[in-house]
Structures are given as C-alpha cells and as structure tokens.
Write a protein that binds this ligand. Structure first.
Ligand SMILES: Nc1ncnc2c1ncn2[C@@H]1O[C@H](COP(=O)(O)OP(=O)(O)OP(=O)(O)O)[C@@H](O)[C@H]1O
Length: 262
C-alpha cells in the first residue's frame, strides 16, 4: 500500500509575493514543491499555474513557466560554471540550436554578475564549494526567465552574508518566488506569505504575523520560543524588510521544551 505523503491540500498561492514554506523535517515541504513543479503527480486533484492545469503542459511549457532549484541538484561532470548557468536557457532554445548565440545572452551576463560568479565562470563546476555551486544553480534559474521560481532550501549552503544577500535579491526579482526554509526569523523578515506544514498537512497560512505565533510554533515544532526584548512582535521584524541591519537581529530564539514537573 503506497504511503500518503500529503493530504487535504487546498492552497491558493498568491502571486507577486515571496512565499515561504516552513515546517519541521519530513513535514512535506519538498514534496509540495515537487507537486507544484509537476515532478510528482498528485493521486487526486490538480495544480493550476496561472490558470492553466499543470498536467496539460508540455515539459518545455512547464520549464518556461517554472524554474526549480533543488535541494539536491544532480551531479554535473566536465562543465564550467558558465555552461551550467547557460543551461538555464535551454527551454527557450530550438532543438539542436544549443550553443548558438541566444538572443538573451545578456541575461546570462546579468546572472553571473548578480551571483558574483564572473571571476569563477570558467572554473570546473565540480571543483566549486557547495555555496558556490548553489549560487551557480540560482543563476541558472534566473536565466531560465520563468515567471515562477521554486527553491528548496536555497540558503542551506550559504554563509550568513550570502543568505541575507540572496533573500533580499529574491524580493527584487520580477518572478513569483516560492521557497522552503527552516530559519523562522529569516522567514518572517523576507517572506510576505507563509505556509506552515506538519505531517503532510498545512497547519496555517497567511502573513508572518498570522502564522508565526508562539502557540503555532510551539505546537508545530514542540519547542519553546522567546521573543527578543528589542523586538517584541513579529511586526517589528517584518517592518524591516530590505533593511539588512534590522534583519540581522533575531526576533526570537528557540529552546527545547522545559521538562514538566508535577
Ligand atoms: N520518494 C519518496 N518515497 C517515499 N517517501 C518519501 C519520498 N520523498 C519523501 N518521502 C517522505 O515524505 C515525507 C515528507 O518528505 P519531504 O522531503 O517532503 O519533507 P520536508 O518537509 O521537505 O523535510 P526536510 O525539512 O527534512 O527537507 C517524509 O516522511 C519522507 O520520508
């Protein structure tokens, strides 16, 4: 009997926003992204992207519409960073024409610049650090020029500076962005809309203020939460969007639940 991973999902994901999917390990965040991308077909129900059923789109149509940066990208052999980034143009290029001048080559240049890859563009992709590879895949997704960008834990290999930089760049992108992430402070400061999952179900969704309540965090993660004295309410942090100095202060810290004493 196959295991049901996600159930009772009825989601309408707003466009024009940065949407964060949060929840404990195994909650179903990656599975939800895979369904939104069309990698996994739901056993019942369907997914509509910009009003069009995902199941009716060809692979190329899907790739023109949705870019996906996986948490575990496939291994790449014998390619330079530039090659990897250029692969993002593939859905827009006629068959057998890859390698020929694409009209959108400036997108490749901009992406290399945006993700600080210009100096390492000719290096072997295999020889990069995890964080550099992650940035190359993000550049690849950018040149894909899709209207929706899905990212599975895009900051997990990045140092703190690059985490903040990436998240603030996402806010400037014209694409709708849906990402999974574990850091609730960053989720509060950079996402407009949050989907909180647990055990394959959506526990809550809405603005960070609606979702990141002490009760919901405690019941979903089984931990205690303390708000930072300088930042008593999630609104204090949300108000700081785009301002790195205020975002670097955590608004809450977490603790293991204190044992109960009779
Ligand atoms: N291909 C698969 N076959 C069987 N079970 C799977 C498969 N992929 C995921 N699962 C199971 O589905 C559940 C949800 O996994 P998923 O990767 O979506 O969680 P997640 O919220 O992204 O977790 P994490 O935060 O650890 O990345 C887990 O129990 C996992 O073991």
């Amino acid at each position: 009997m196959p295991k049901t991973i996600l159930s009772n999902l009825n989601l309408s994901i707003p466009s024009g926003q940065v949407v964060g999917i949060i929840g404990p390990n195994g909650a179903g965040k990656t599975s939800l992204l895979n369904i939104l991308q069309g990698r996994i077909k739901p056993s019942s129900g369907d997914v509509k992207v910009l009003g069009q059923a995902l199941g009716n789109m060809s692979l190329q149509e899907r790739a023109q519409c949705i870019a996906y940066v996986s948490q575990h990208p496939p291994h790449v052999f014998d390619l330079t960073v530039l090659d990897v980034v250029k692969f993002g143009r593939l859905p827009h290029i006629q068959m057998f024409a890859f390698g020929q001048q694409d009209a959108q080559q400036d997108l490749v240049k901009k992406a290399l610049h945006r993700f600080h890859l210009e100096d390492i563009k000719d290096r072997s992709f295999d020889a990069l650090s995890g964080g550099e590879q992650q940035r190359a895949y993000l550049a690849q997704a950018m040149v894909q020029d899709a209207c929706i960008l899905l990212m599975d834990e895009p900051i997990n290999h990045l140092d703190i500076k690059h985490q903040l930089e990436l998240l603030s760049q996402l806010r400037d992108l014209p694409q709708d962005v849906i990402l999974t992430l574990h850091d609730l402070n960053l989720a509060a400061s950079y996402c407009d809309h949050l989907i909180l999952m647990k055990n394959g179900q959506v526990v809550a969704q809405g603005t960070p203020r609606e979702v990141l309540t002490t009760n919901l965090i405690q019941s979903t993660y089984g931990i205690d939460v303390t708000f930072h004295p300088a930042c008593q309410h999630v609104d204090d942090l949300v108000g700081g969007k785009g301002d790195l100095s205020s975002e670097s202060v955590p608004f809450m810290s977490y603790h293991q639940k204190a044992p109960k004493h009779d």
